[in-house]
Ligand binder design. Structure first.
Ligand SMILES: [Fe+2]
Ligand SMILES: [Fe+2]
Length: 284
């Protein structure tokens, strides 16, 4: 392999973040992850021109969560399309979020002073990006069965807002994205799998099961690196997680929780359970 062919992680991150077309974004992610796995030599690289927002297609129209159309009791197919579309949007955000954490915090790679991250951290998030791309493409295939595609419906922009609030804070990004938002996926997906099986849609149930299994590992990656950060900075994990969620998330965590899956992912019940009862109005 010539030096020109050495895969550079941050270069790939910029390329994907600056790709607007959703399928291209997913396909480029999968192709790079495969190249990386096969390469003998690889490099993390450095980034100086981090985009504030990833490029996105013109459609879907992005709305504030409160402006999203209310769900109506519609016909069966339309409800399925709504669900698939909402999940596809989450997965597309997740692709960008995984590349964003790689690129934004690339300066911590083997940093000479202070907290440093090893290659394993970046490889964990490349695996996350690859999984999310796989999820997006699987959901697109399901949408196609209904003659629908990503972009047909409006989507909400809440996830990226959480990402923007944590651009400067590595521990906050881990606390909010994998440990709050992705952990929420572990709570709600088993119910969706049951519903799909009840409706006889085993293909969709199988797709959701694959997503669920992968998502446990994403939450786990979040907790592993969060714990490392806390250990280095001599912070109590439980207290610090709660402080960060209160500062950056501004909403109660919604029970019921999937305790066994969260535990498998390294999340301790005492960390998140009190945040279900936290009264933000009182704090303000
Ligand atoms: Fe996913
Ligand atoms: Fe994920």
């Amino acid at each position: 392999m010539t030096s020109q062919n050495i895969p550079i992680l941050t270069k790939a991150a910029l390329e994907v973040l600056n790709t607007a077309n959703a399928h291209e974004k997913a396909n480029k992610t999968r192709a790079f992850a495969s190249l990386w796995r096969q390469a003998d030599e690889k490099s993390v690289g450095q980034i100086t021109d981090m985009p504030t927002r990833p490029a996105r297609p013109d459609r879907p129209e992005l709305l504030m969560p409160r402006d999203m159309p209310k769900r109506k009791k519609g016909n069966f197919d339309q409800n399925k399309i709504n669900l698939l579309h909402a999940l596809s949007h989450i997965e597309l955000n997740a692709i960008d979020l995984a590349w964003d954490i790689i690129a934004r915090f690339s300066y911590l790679y083997e940093a000479k002073e202070g907290f440093a991250l090893p290659l394993a951290f970046y490889e964990d998030w490349l695996k996350v990006a690859d999984d999310e791309a796989k999820h997006f493409l699987m959901l697109s295939d399901e949408l196609e069965k209904f003659d629908a595609k990503y972009g047909d419906l409006p989507a909400h922009d809440g996830v990226w807002e959480s990402a923007e609030k944590t651009t400067d804070d590595f521990a906050a990004r881990l606390a909010i994205v994998p440990m709050v938002l992705e952990a929420r996926g572990l709570d709600v997906t088993p119910g969706m799998i049951t519903l799909m099986n009840e409706q006889g849609d085993t293909a969709m149930a199988d797709t959701l099961q694959i997503i669920y299994n992968d998502e446990v590992t994403h939450v786990q990656a979040g907790t592993v690196w969060f714990k490392q950060w806390c250990e280095y900075h001599d912070k109590d994990e439980e207290t610090y997680f709660q402080e960060l969620v209160q500062e950056y998330f501004h909403a109660r965590l919604k029970p019921p929780f999937n305790h066994p899956a969260r535990e498998e992912a390294g999340m301790i019940r005492d960390w998140y359970e009190p945040l279900a009862d936290f009264d933000y109005k009182k704090k303000a």
